[in-house]
Design a protein around this ligand. Structure first.
Ligand code: UT7
Length: 319
């Protein structure tokens, strides 16, 4: 038994913020942001939009593309670092907003920018193990609310958005292989260490990142994990039709593509328009490439991501 993606969807909040807009509020420049990260603009949620609202729209689009009814979904996994509230989980809120009342499991997973590959792996295992038949896997973030708008080293990088896939049990792959890793000893390189104690926020609730150290770590572990997945499946870089990376930085994506011997023509890049949307970036990029016809039946698709924790992983899909 395998799991197979039968529908993708995404949602971006209406408001866009360009690098030129950011020049007005922080000491930065369009040229610096583009040359260091590849980002031109990002979307930002409206004040009344929650992570679950973004997740809902992306899920509706994925469910519609899959041609199923929401009540067929028997597992919801939401990857997010910016949940609506401390609890309940955004997945439970999403289940309710989708009107699903079949009592099936719904939970969030927290692996920061590595979240979507973690969530997909979990849903794949549920389906392979026979515990679910139709899973909704979502990456959704409103990171704009976790940014210190006086910190130019972080506030120019991130954006809001959501992406979703419907995974269904299938006799044929589908998801061919998943590899996940984590190393908590690097947890201070990228963090928001605030927590609520006795009703008061302790520590720093804003995202802090040692950019250069994260950059070097990301290039190293992503190269390793994509090679690990390909080797175990007797594939070469040239067998991959599309690399769909976490969209943090165009230079990290170029380094991974180079390691695989892939041209950038085979890499789906949305970072220019979305910025870094953390757990949402891969399903947003995947949905873009599915809907514009780049992703086609029979192709080998490789997803990869790295994020705070540190967590990282890769997923090989036969489309
Ligand atoms: O999604 C999870 C994983 N996250 C990532 O993968 C992000 C990884 N890191 C990166 O993408 C890059 O390190 C950044 C885009 C964050 C930064 O690029 P960089 O080439 O590593 O720049 P840097 O941090 O070495 O900073 C270079 C200079 C510094 O000035 P000095 O010390 O050379 O005078 C910074 O203060 O650029 C300065 N700087 C800025 N200048 C204008 C930092 N942020 C800005 C800014 N605008 N927004």
């Amino acid at each position: 038994m395998y799991s197979r993606i039968i529908g993708t969807g995404s949602y971006l909040p209406a408001k866009t913020v360009t690098n030129f807009d950011l020049e007005k509020i922080v000491d930065t420049s369009h040229d610096w942001i583009v040359s260091r990260s590849g980002i031109h603009e990002r979307h930002m949620a409206a004040d009344n939009e929650l992570t679950s609202d973004l997740a809902l729209q992306a899920s509706i689009n994925a469910i519609s593309a899959a041609g199923i009814s929401a009540n067929e979904i028997d597992l919801i996994v939401v990857a997010t670092t910016s949940p609506d509230q401390i609890f309940p989980s955004t997945a439970c809120i999403l289940q309710d907003k989708l009107g699903i009342q079949n009592g099936s499991a719904a939970f969030d997973i927290q692996a920061v920018c590595g979240g979507f590959v973690y969530a997909m792996n979990i849903a794949d295992l549920y389906i392979r193990g026979g515990q679910a038949k139709t899973a909704l896997v979502v990456g959704a973030e409103v990171l704009s609310r976790m940014l210190d708008w006086n910190d130019r080293t972080t506030c120019v990088l991130f954006g809001d958005g959501a992406g979703a896939v419907v995974l269904r049990a299938s006799e044929t792959p589908g998801i061919v292989a998943c590899k996940l890793h984590a190393d908590g000893s690097h947890r201070d390189m990228l963090k928001a260490d605030g927590n609520v104690r006795n009703g008061v926020v302790q520590g720093d609730p804003f995202i802090k990142m040692e950019g250069q150290a994260v950059f070097k770590f990301a290039v190293k572990v992503l190269s390793e994990v994509v090679e690990e997945v390909l080797e175990e499946n007797n594939l070469k870089g040239s067998d991959i039709s599309w690399l769909i990376p976490h969209q943090a930085n165009i230079r990290i994506m170029e380094a991974t593509a180079k390691k695989l011997g892939l041209s950038m023509e085979n890499v789906v890049v949305t970072v220019a328009k979305h910025g870094n949307t953390s757990a949402a970036s891969i399903p947003l990029a995947l949905d873009t490439a599915v809907r514009d016809g780049r992703v086609k039946a029979g192709q080998n698709i490789l997803l990869e991501a790295v994020g705070g924790g540190f967590t990282w992983g890769a997923i090989l899909i036969k489309w």
